[in-house]
Write a protein that binds this ligand. Structure first.
Ligand SMILES: *[C@@H]1O[C@H](CO)[C@@H](O)[C@H](O)[C@H]1NC(C)=O
Ligand SMILES: *[C@@H]1O[C@H](CO)[C@@H](O)[C@H](O)[C@H]1NC(C)=O
Ligand SMILES: *[C@@H]1O[C@H](CO)[C@@H](O)[C@H](O)[C@H]1NC(C)=O
Ligand SMILES: *[C@@H]1O[C@H](CO)[C@@H](O)[C@H](O)[C@H]1NC(C)=O
Ligand SMILES: *[C@@H]1O[C@H](CO)[C@@H](O)[C@H](O)[C@H]1NC(C)=O
Ligand SMILES: *[C@@H]1O[C@H](CO)[C@@H](O)[C@H](O)[C@H]1NC(C)=O
Ligand SMILES: *[C@@H]1O[C@H](CO)[C@@H](O)[C@H](O)[C@H]1NC(C)=O
Ligand SMILES: *[C@@H]1O[C@H](CO)[C@@H](O)[C@H](O)[C@H]1NC(C)=O
Ligand SMILES: *[C@@H]1O[C@H](CO)[C@@H](O)[C@H](O)[C@H]1NC(C)=O
Ligand SMILES: *[C@@H]1O[C@H](CO)[C@@H](O)[C@H](O)[C@H]1NC(C)=O
Length: 589
C-alpha cells in the first residue's frame, strides 16, 4: 500500500514536472480544515494541498506563479533561497512588495538564474507560516552540467517543523501580549502527527507519514525545517545519510547518523535501503537547544517502510546525540559541512573556482542580537538595538518614487549601547564590495539568520565574543555557501558575501517569533545608475500600497473566484485528473 502510494507520488510528480516545463503555474492559497493533531484547525493550503505543490524547475528557467489569495488576510509568498537576481521586485517580503489583498491575485515572474538545489517557499507575513502554506522548490542541474553523484532511484521531500494547535492569529496575539509561544504541541513531518512510538506521549488514531521504499534502492531525501522556532535533530533508524547538497551547494559527500537542522535550513541526503526490513524504521526529528525540558516530550516520527517489511516499527527511537557535556558536538558537525570544490553546479565550472578566500573584505557588519528587550512597553527583538518595523510602503518602491521619510539608512553597522528603539532603518552595503557579516548572539537561545538575494560563505563559528583575530581561523577554501545559518547561544557566526546583486534584501531571523518581534533588517545594495541596467525595472503588474496606494487600480474579479480558477487551471488539471485515474486503475486492479 505504501509502495503504491509512493508510485502514485512519483507519477504525479512527473506530471507536475511536465507542467513546470511551461514554467507557469496557478496557485490558490486557501484555508483548509484539517486535524493534524486530532482537533480541527485551519491550515493554509495551496491548491488544496498541505504541504503545497512541488515547484520542479531547472537552472535559468523562467517561472510564472499566479497566486490567488483566498485567505482573509494580506498575503506574500517568498522563495527561500531563490536569489531573484537583479530582481528584488519578486522577493515576496514586505520591504519589496505590497501584499496581495484578500480576494486578489498576483503573478510572480522570475528567472532561476545560476542556481541549483533544494529550497522551499512560504507565506512571509504575520506568522502565516505557522499555519502552513509552505512547499518544495527543486532546481535541477541543466543537462550539460553533471550532478556529482549517481541518479537516485527516487526523490523524497520531508518538511519537519514544530506546530501548535493555536492558530497563527492566536500565536500572533500571544506575541503581541508579550507572551512567549511556549512548548509546541508537536513536531509535524509533512504536516502529519508523529507515529505512535509511545502510547503515553502520542494519542491513538492520528495520521502519520509513511515513506514507502524498495530494498536496495537509493533515494534523495530533501529535508527542510519549516517550523516556527525549534531546532531539530534529524535521523533515520539504522540508515546512514550521505549529505550531498545544502541550500544550493554540492557538499563534500559524508555520512551522518544524525544532523541538526535549524529553522529555515534545507539539506539533501542520499539514503540507501540496505537494511534487512525485519521491521519498519523510524524517521525522527527531535528538538535541540531547548529551554524547557518539556520540549523533549514532543518528537516528530515518520515511518520508513520497505516494500518487503516484515512488521511495524517498535521499541525506542534511535538515540539523539548524547552531547549534554559536549557543547562543541553540534558546532563541529556544522563545521564538517564543506563545499565540494571540484563539482559543477549551476555552471559547468567547479564550485571552488570562485576563490572567495583570497578576496579582500571591503565592509564589515557586526550584528548583535540580545535577549528580548522591552521597548515602549512591548517585548521586542533587536539587532544592534534596533527593532525593525516594516513601513506600509515597500522600501524599493519608495526609492523608485523618490519618497523620503519612509525609512532611514542609519542602521548601525556595529553594536553599541544606544537605547533600544523601534525603527524602519536599513543597512547600506556597497554594490560590488565584499561584505563580512558577524552574527553575534548575546542570547541564551540559538538563532538562525537568512539573507535573501544571496548565498554566503559560512567561514567560521564559535562560542564567545568575536574578535578580529578570529579571521585567522576562517575557512578560506571550502566553506559551504548557503543562505541560512545558525548562531549558537552566546556565540558568533561569520559569513562572507560578494555583493553582486542589486536590490533591497531582507536579512531576518528565521525563527518566526523573533522575526515577528523585529529581529530583521534590510540590506540595501544600490547601484544609483543601475535601474534597467544592473537592476530590472519594476514589473508592470506592481501593486501599490501605503503612501502610493492612490496609484493602485482596483482589480476586477468574477463573482465566483473558485469557478473561474477551475476554468483557468485548464488542461493541466484535466491531465492530472486523468493520470490519477490511470494510476488508481493500476494500483487497485
Ligand atoms: C523534476 O524534473 C526533472 C527534470 O525535468 C525530472 O527529471 C524529475 O523526474 C522531476 N522530479 C520530480 C520529483 O518530479
Ligand atoms: C490574475 O489572474 C488572471 C486570471 O488568471 C490573470 O489574467 C491576471 O493576469 C492575474 N493578475 C495578476 C495581477 O497577476
Ligand atoms: C556511507 O555509508 C554507506 C553505508 O554504510 C557506505 O557504503 C559508504 O561507503 C559510505 N560513504 C562514505 C563517503 O563514507
Ligand atoms: C536484521 O538487522 C537487525 C539490525 O541490524 C538485526 O538485529 C537482525 O538480527 C537482522 N535480522 C535478520 C533476520 O537478519
Ligand atoms: C566531488 O565532486 C566530484 C564531481 O566533480 C565527485 O566525483 C566527487 O566524488 C565529489 N567528492 C566528494 C567528496 O563529494
Ligand atoms: C588585498 O589587500 C592587500 C593589503 O591591503 C593588498 O596588498 C592586495 O593587493 C589586495 N588584494 C586584492 C585582490 O585587491
Ligand atoms: C525620481 O527622481 C529621478 C531623478 O531625479 C527622476 O528621473 C524620476 O523621474 C523620479 N521619479 C518619479 C516617480 O518621480
Ligand atoms: C547610505 O546611502 C545613502 C545614499 O546612497 C546615503 O545618503 C547615506 O548617508 C548612507 N548611510 C550611511 C550610514 O552611510
Ligand atoms: C552578553 O553580553 C555581555 C556583555 O558583553 C556578556 O557579559 C554576556 O556574557 C553575554 N551573554 C551571552 C549569552 O552571550
Ligand atoms: C529599459 O531599457 C530598454 C532598452 O534599453 C528600453 O527600451 C526601455 O524603454 C527601458 N525601460 C525603462 C522603464 O526605462
Amino acid at each position: 500500500m505504501a509502495a503504491a502510494a509512493m508510485a502514485a507520488a512519483v507519477v504525479l510528480a512527473a506530471v507536475v514536472a511536465a507542467a513546470a516545463a511551461q514554467a507557469e503555474v496557478r496557485w490558490e492559497v486557501s484555508y483548509l480544515t484539517l486535524e493534524p493533531l486530532g482537533q480541527a484547525q485551519k491550515v493554509i493550503a495551496i491548491n488544496n494541498q498541505f504541504p503545497g505543490p512541488l515547484l520542479n524547475v531547472t537552472t535559468n528557467q523562467n517561472v510564472r506563479v499566479n497566486v490567488q489569495n483566498n485567505l482573509d488576510e494580506p498575503l506574500l509568498i517568498t522563495w527561500d533561497g531563490i536569489q531573484m537576481r537583479m530582481n528584488s521586485w519578486q522577493d515576496g517580503v514586505s520591504g519589496t512588495n505590497c501584499p496581495i489583498p484578500p480576494g486578489w491575485n498576483w503573478t510572480y515572474q522570475f528567472q532561476l538564474k545560476d542556481q541549483i538545489g533544494s529550497f522551499f517557499y512560504f507565506p512571509s507575513l504575520g506568522l502565516q507560516r505557522a499555519a502552513g502554506g509552505y512547499g518544495p522548490i527543486t532546481i535541477n542541474n541543466r543537462a550539460t552540467v553533471p550532478v556529482p553523484f549517481g541518479q537516485p532511484d527516487g526523490d523524497i521531500t520531508l518538511f519537519i517543523g514544530d506546530w501548535y494547535t493555536n492558530s497563527h492569529i492566536e500565536l500572533r496575539n500571544m506575541l503581541d501580549d508579550g507572551k512567549d509561544l511556549g512548548v509546541p504541541d508537536a513536531i509535524l513531518i509533512n504536516g502529519r502527527a508523529p507515529y505512535r512510538y509511545d502510547t503515553t506521549l502520542v494519542p491513538d488514531g492520528l495520521q502519520y507519514e509513511t515513506v514507502g521504499v524498495e530494498p536496495g534502492k537509493t533515494y534523495r531525501f530533501r529535508v527542510h525545517n519549516v517550523g516556527i522556532s525549534t531546532s531539530l535533530n534529524f535521523r533515520i533508524q539504522n540508515h546512514k545519510m550521505l549529505l550531498v547538497e545544502t541550500e544550493g551547494t554540492y557538499t563534500n559527500q559524508q555520512n551522518y547518523t544524525n544532523l541538526d537542522i535549524h529553522v529555515g535550513q534545507s539539506y539533501s541526503f542520499l539514503v540507501t535501503m540496505d537494511q534487512n526490513a525485519s521491521t519498519d524504521y523510524y524517521i525522527v526529528a527531535s528538538p535541540r537547544f531547548i529551554s524547557n525540558p518539556q520540549w523533549s516530550q514532543v518528537t516528530g516520527v515518520a515511518i520508513l517502510q520497505y516494500s518487503n517489511s516484515k512488521g511495524k516499527a517498535s521499541g525506542p527511537l534511535p538515540d539523539a546525540p548524547n552531547d549534554y557535556y559536549d557543547k562543541y558536538y553540534s558546532i563541529n558537525q556544522a563545521k564538517s559541512i564543506r563545499m565540494n570544490t571540484s563539482a559543477g553546479a549551476a555552471r559547468p565550472n567547479p564550485q571552488g573556482s570562485f576563490h572567495y578566500g583570497s578576496i579582500n573584505i571591503t565592509q564589515t557588519f557586526v550584528l548583535k542580537n540580545e535577549a528580548p528587550l522591552r521597548i515602549n512597553g512591548k517585548q521586542r527583538r533587536t539587532i544592534n538595538r534596533i527593532s525593525y518595523s516594516p513601513p506600509e510602503t515597500p522600501l524599493r518602491l519608495a526609492d523608485l518614487h523618490n519618497l523620503t521619510g519612509v525609512y532611514t539608512t542609519d542602521f548601525p553597522a556595529m553594536p553599541s549601547n544606544i537605547p533600544a528603539r523601534v525603527a524602519s532603518s536599513v543597512l547600506n552595503a556597497s554594490y560590488k564590495g565584499f561584505l563580512e557579516i558577524i552574527f553575534q548572539n548575546n542570547d541564551t537561545d540559538i538563532q538562525t539568520y537568512h539573507l535573501d538575494g544571496y548565498s554566503f560563505f559560512v567561514v567560521g563559528m564559535d562560542y564567545g565574543e568575536w574578535t578580529p583575530d578570529r579571521r585567522n581561523e576562517y575557512s578560506r577554501w571550502d566553506a559551504i555557501s548557503r543562505c541560512t545559518t545558525q548562531v549558537f547561544p552566546g556565540g558568533w557566526t561569520a559569513v562572507l558575501i560578494s555583493l553582486d546583486n542589486v536590490g533591497i534584501w531582507n536579512l531576518r531571523a528565521e525563527k518566526l517569533d523573533n522575526w515577528y518581534r523585529g529581529q530583521e533588517v534590510y540590506v540595501k545594495v544600490a547601484d544609483p545608475l543601475g535601474y534597467n541596467i544592473t537592476e530590472m525595472i519594476m514589473p508592470d503588474n506592481v501593486l501599490y500600497c501605503g503612501i502610493l496606494k492612490e496609484r493602485q487600480t482596483p482589480q476586477v474579479h468574477e463573482s465566483n473566484s473558485k469557478s473561474s480558477a477551475q476554468a483557468e487551471a485548464g488542461w493541466s488539471n484535466r491531465l492530472l485528473a486523468s493520470v490519477m485515474l490511470v494510476v488508481a486503475a493500476v494500483i487497485f486492479s
